[in-house]
Design a protein around this ligand. Sequence first.
Ligand code: SF4
Length: 349
Amino acid sequence: MHPATEALLRWWDENAREMPWRGIRNPYGTWVSEIMLQQTRVDTVRDYYTRFMARFPTVRALAEAREEDVLKMWEGLGYYSRARNLHRGAQQVCEEFGGEIPRDPETLRRIRGIGPYTSCSIASIAYDVPVAAVDGNVIRVICRLYGLGDDPTETKARARIGELAEELVPEKRAGDHNQAMMDLGATVCVPGTPDCERCPLSKLCRARAEGTAEELPRLPKARPPREKEWDVLLIFSGERVLMYRREEKLLQGLWCFPMTEGHRTPEELRDAVRRRYGLETEKPEPAGEARHVFTHQVWRMKLYLLRTSGDAPEPAGMRWIPRGEIRALPMPTAVQAARRIAETQGERD
Ligand code: SF4
């Protein structure tokens, strides 16, 4: 066994963090947790995972669920395409693999939403298949351990990192090893200044010896997210508010209020609502502002309350939702401020 692997497993035996999906030997649970953990902190995932598994305890239960119920259980976790893919992936497992989650990484990659990293993490954690699962944390550890200064987003450097990561995987306990690498990257070999004093690899680490740990990995500069302005329209017909289920790629399948891009005056908004939805409304009342940061864009939102007649028709593709039923719909965090206003301030005195 590689000396780094040995040191790491010894460290893991004493320092493994407790998580509800660890030590379960349930490939479905491993799959769910690995998808939830993408781009999301462990502490956020804990409760979501427990609730999700209680609601959909087996791959078959998930496959048979309605997409809207799956999205509701995912509400607030973000990156909703993960939930839609997990749902379709569960259906695929039932249709193509008789409800058994495959063990070999290549077969796993045929399942919706399972890519190179997730296939190897499921295979190693659930079935102890000796393959490396290389995520951002592992890339950082490998770059530092071997003192690699190339940009890891470039194909050649990425392939080299993959090879080095594979060399570290032991024949037995591959799952523990991969989780130990991820934990080390998340808690000790962190971005910025790593805690080398506490690191089980410190004696073997090239970046530590050369004093370059803080500079590695050398990632390209991220582009700042694009700013987008929206007017969010809370249009009331009596006690019902106008909503629609998004078909756009971003936040697909989630429920939102109508929005118009850019900021308009209340008069212009009223005209836009007449033209777009065929609804006559009273003058829009400003109801606050909200901001939401996605990975690649920032939404700056101005919220408006508008009132139309109690028997207004339903515009195409939209639904009048009774105020008391808003909460049951899966909605993105981006419009939670608007939801609170719709549930309270929209009430007539
Ligand atoms: S010694 Fe420091 S830089 Fe090297 S792997 Fe450990 S924490 Fe990372």
